[in-house]
Design a protein around this ligand. Structure first.
Ligand code: 13P
Length: 259
């Protein structure tokens, strides 16, 4: 296969500009990388506004993170990118951003793990939440370790989101999906709360994806179906009290309920 390095760098730059235009990053937030056919990684430099990145600013590192080319320093999140490549032979691109709605969920420590949107159910499954880790340290890799093999998008508590996929556009589109899902859940909560799809509805979507697109769901974190869980966790005693109270009220005669 002839490798068109220039084409890859251009796509990476186009994605940098797109995340900036979309408001998925501010100031110098975010980083993007791609695995090259020689096994090295082409990535954004540290501390640059993604809207201004050009192909000339990109850096190349090897799998150990040693810089091979580029006049700028590599992203401070290279460790997380390399960790994902090491753990996922099927992944060739990683996008890390701080999109406001998804980062809001990550900061409220709410994973996007319900089965809500058909497109998300079949393409991402659940979007888990990794515990807080100091950005730019190896802690970030440790925090995503439990999810990296079974998810393609992870919320990073009080930080942002990381998505990855078979190529740059795949990884980027997953970032768009996560932010759109977070925004839509936020709106649904303003309107009385989201209603998850049922197990049967999810199974039907998966069957169609397997039959029409040959998708493989094995090993992926499945989303939660059914009725949204109450926001307040009840202990057994509290739960029993509420059930008894409801039963009592339902069995009252109409005149007893007037007070
Ligand atoms: P870099 O500028 O070093 O890529 O870091 C930005 C960022 O978003 C850190 O999480």
């Amino acid at each position: 296969m002839t490798f068109n390095f220039a084409g890859t760098a251009e796509i990476l730059v186009a994605i940098c500009h797109r995340v900036a235009e979309k408001g998925f990053v501010t100031a110098t937030d975010g980083n993007v990388s791609v695995r090259l056919p020689n096994g090295n990684i082409l990535a954004t430099p540290t501390s640059m506004n993604k809207g201004f990145v050009t192909a000339d600013d990109l850096v190349e590192v090897n799998v150990d993170g040693s810089q091979l080319s580029g006049r700028r320093k590599p992203s401070s999140e290279m460790d997380m990118h390399l960790f994902i490549y090491k753990n996922r032979a099927d992944v060739n691109a990683v996008v890390h951003c701080h999109p406001p709605y998804a980062t809001g969920f990550a900061t409220a420590r709410i994973p996007l793990n319900e089965c809500l949107f058909p497109e998300v159910v079949v393409n991402l499954g659940a979007i888990p939440l990794a515990p807080y880790a100091t950005p730019s340290t190896a802690e970030v890799s440790d925090s995503i370790a439990p999810f990296v093999k079974n998810a393609d998008a992870i919320l990073l508590a009080n930080h942002g989101v990381v998505t990855y996929g078979k190529d740059l556009w795949d990884a980027y589109f997953k970032m768009e999906k996560v932010e759109h899902a977070a925004h839509s859940v936020f709106v649904a909560r303003m309107l009385g709360g989201e209603k998850p799809l049922s197990t049967e509805q999810v199974q039907l979507l998966r069957n169609i994806s397997v039959e029409s697109y040959g998708k493989d769901f094995s090993g992926k974190i499945a989303c939660d179906t059914g009725i949204a869980k109450p926001e307040v966790e009840l202990n057994e005693e509290e739960y029993k009290f509420i059930v008894d109270e409801v039963k009592k009220r339902l069995s009252r005669k109409p005149e007893e309920t007037k007070q």
